[in-house]
Every structure is written in structure tokens, then in C-alpha cells.
Design a protein around this ligand. Sequence first.
Ligand code: ATP
Length: 371
Amino acid sequence: MAGITVDGLVKDFSGKTAVNGVSFEVGEGEFLALVGPSGCGKTTTLRLLVGLEAATSGEIRFGDRVVNDIRPRDRNIGMVFQDYAIFPHLTVFENIGYGLRSRRVPGREIKPRVEEAARTFRIDQLLRRKPRQLSGGQRQRVALARAMVRDASVYLYDEPLSNLDAQLRHQAREDIMTLHREKERPTVYVTHDQSEAMAMGDRIAVMRDGQIQQIGTGAELYERPKSLFVAHFIGTPSINLFDVELRADEDRILAVGEAFSLVLPPRLREAVAGHLGRLVKVGVRPEHLHVPKLAPFEVTADNTLHGLVRVIEPTATGSSVYLSTPDEPGVDFVATFKVRMPASYLDQEVPLAIDLDHLHLFDAETEASLT
Ligand code: ATP
């Protein structure tokens, strides 16, 4: 068994195309996070992989085997879903061992496998309990232990952490990665939470309107988004976007907006050559706006933006500062600093230096990246 291959997958529901030509591969032992906003088609894609929906067209292969026409129970999938799907009338032990018993594994083999999985997920003291006697986090670990005891060919997760609070989610991520490292099987993990996708995925596929916008490592998506949508979806706080017009001025190219007039660095000249005189969007990540005296580059009028400080939010490592351009009606943007900004800056106008090495430019119409 090698990985998962999805080729030109389409799913129409009467009048609505939920999945619209999705293709991707998941390598043996690879963890792919499938992320996107509500309604983009993530769950439908996963249900097609499981076999709970039939594809309108396109092919799904597990290794060399086309599984489109194979029943869900014969696809040999380990699944963990949001509601965990554990049986309320069975004990923890019976729930974990359920998949083995239904595959007629002898009882003497089931016991040690269940006990080992329960130890891995720290529920070995709870084996006689019923699900209603467990916390949400413990129930989730029962579902993971049940996936652990099986030797599935692929593992699929649909928002398995969405019922857990922030603290437990972190622990549960670790538990899922433990399971993944143990099994080294191709895995698809659906989430709407981009930070979870970034933390867990070897690669991340960003979906929108039934299509995959971009697949890559977290760093690739963050640093080299191919579209405005991906740039905006990945990263917290979100990337700042400014409308500008590109103008040639002697041998320089200016990006002139309401908030600033920047001189673009030479490396971007070629990329923007066809866009002179046109509107484009400039993207600046919040950490690429610097307090001028702390900026790791030379600060001039050509890379400075002015903002009125509206809100200062302390963070664990510094502060997030929400600003707007001083002119009415003003453009809102956010900067994150590794230092605490004193409250005395509230309602003050401050200069901020833009790190032009990390500037993103997008076509205002197609929203494709120019850089
Ligand atoms: P969420 O994060 O909210 O679960 P999602 O990205 O998983 O969203 P899907 O559940 O795959 O999205 O739904 C994609 C689109 O297909 C939505 O517009 C949804 O309303 C539609 N859809 C899903 N299942 C059906 C169905 N059985 N019949 C008709 N339309 C459906």
C-alpha cells in the first residue's frame, strides 16, 4: 500500500457542486491537513474517501487500488470524527475493541491490544466505564485508541478536536500525532482551523468553493501564497491588505495608496511590469510592520506607513496593535510586536516601517499573486 491518490473528484448534490475537480496525493506516512472555510467541501471530500458518498466523477485510489466502488467497510479505513461515534451502551474496553471483534480477531489477541492502546492514551484506568461517565477529552481518547488498535491502510479525521477546549486540544493534537507516528499511514485531516492545520500537517491543502486553491507546506503557504485568498486565510492575525496603484517614476516603481507611497524593491520590478497604472493589492503580514527604531533594515520615507493606534492587545510575547490610517475614513491594519507597546500610545499617530523583503502583491481582479 502506498499513498492516497485523488484525481479530478467531483460531487454534485441536486443543483449544488460541493466538490468541483479536486486532485491531490498523500504519500505513505504523510499527514495532509485539508482546511478551508465552512461549506467549502472539506467534509464531502472526506466522505467520498470513506465511501459514505459516491463520486459524480473522478477517481480515488488507495495505493494501486481504485476504491470508488468498494464499500466503506471494505476500504480498511481508520476514522476519527467530530462526534467520536463511540457507542454509549458499550464500556470503554468494548468500544476500543469493537473494530477487532467485528473483524473476528480472537478474544485473547484483543485484550492486550486494547490495553496497550488505552495506556498510550492514558485511559487504562477507565476501561470499565461507559462513555457517559467520561469527560469530552477522555471520550476523544477512546476514539483515538479505537483507531490505534486497528491496522488500517489510511487514516481519516473530520474535525476531531472541535468539541474540546483550548488546553485539551493541544494535548489531543499530540495524541493524534502519536497515533500517526506509530502507524505511518497516509492521513487526511479535515479542519476549519488554519492554525491547527499549520501545526499538524506535513502539507496543507487549502479549499474554497469545492476546489483546492493551493497545496504546500505551512511555510510555503505562509510565505508564498499563490492567491489573495490563501494569503488571507493562513496566518493570525490575518495579512494586511492595502489598495495601491503602481506608477513608474524614472527608474523606480511606486506603490501609491491611501496609506502610503512605497518604492518597490528592484526584485519586484519584473513581476509588476505588466501592471503599471493598474490597481493591485499589497499584502503585509503583521510581523513585517516594525517600530522604526527596532527595524532590522534601513527606515526611510519610502518604506514607512503612519497609523493611529486604536487598540493595544498584550500577547504572550509582546503585543498586537490595531491601527487605522490617520485620514478619514481610514484603512484598518494590525501590527504584531515582540515588545509591549505602552498604553500611552493609544490614540497617538505612530510611524511603522514595512519590511519590503516580505511584501506580497496581488492582481486586484484575479486575486492571483504577482510575486
Ligand atoms: P463545514 O466546515 O461547515 O462542515 P465543509 O467545508 O465540510 O463545511 P461540506 O459539508 O463538504 O463543507 O459542504 C459543501 C457544500 O455542499 C455546502 O454548500 C453544503 O451545503 C453542500 N452539501 C453537503 N452535503 C450535502 C447534501 N447531502 N445535499 C445537498 N448539499 C450538500
